[in-house]
Ligand binder design. Sequence first.
Ligand code: ADP
Length: 240
Amino acid sequence: MSRAATRFFLTRSLLPLPLAKWQRRRGRPGSSIFAAWAFAMAASGSGGGDSFRLSAAPGAGVLKLHKGDITLWSVNGTTDAIVNAANERMLGGGGVDGAIHRAAGPELVQACRKVPEVKPGVRCPTGEARITPAFKLPVSRVIHTVGPIYDMEKHPEVLLKNAYENSLKLAKENGIQYIAFPAISCGVFHYPPKEASEIAISTAQQFSEDIKEVHFVLFLDDLYEIWRETAQEMLSQCDK
Ligand code: ADP
């Protein structure tokens, strides 16, 4: 178990008081706390998931894969962030965006409204990223990015790479050491998941010396298997 995960268990599950951020904020005692605890078990490697080194360099960051709901993911509530697959307006939507806004509470949309528009109705152009507090979520920040609609863009691969890269840059600039992504653009934006996983993991590799852990939280079993296959293809030699 990593030091961060050990710290998580000591602070979250063994010490009774004070309540941790996610315990105070979830507002649905019992089931959600248990779910977050169970997720932390999985996130720490104690209850499933896969883990790969991002490069062979000493001290390189780690890539971790999980099945599950990204709104339950956290490491320490201070240097962790989840990434939202948002839309350009940044005022919430369906899919993972809706789940994140529901879990964060109404303060998140208020914070998003304060992000300046770069043109009417656009706070975050496709491929860019913005950061806000996380409110009721168990992490410290939400990084909002917009992936491409696969069939509408001439070069969706460039925009998807930009979305991952700009999220990781913003994380680094804000002292985030643990970051979790959903499968950006792989829902209603219909990006082919194998190609998406290759872009996601190769871009994470670029930040192997800047971020301690890059996590992917895959909601669907088939996406999880695709990400795992790609990680094995791209990263298994880093552990040798
Ligand atoms: P996009 O518009 O970028 O395609 P979607 O929200 O439609 O965004 O889907 C992106 C991915 O997020 C999909 O693979 C979807 O299954 C997944 N997803 C939906 N809800 C969650 C969640 N709570 N946690 C993690 N991933 C989720």
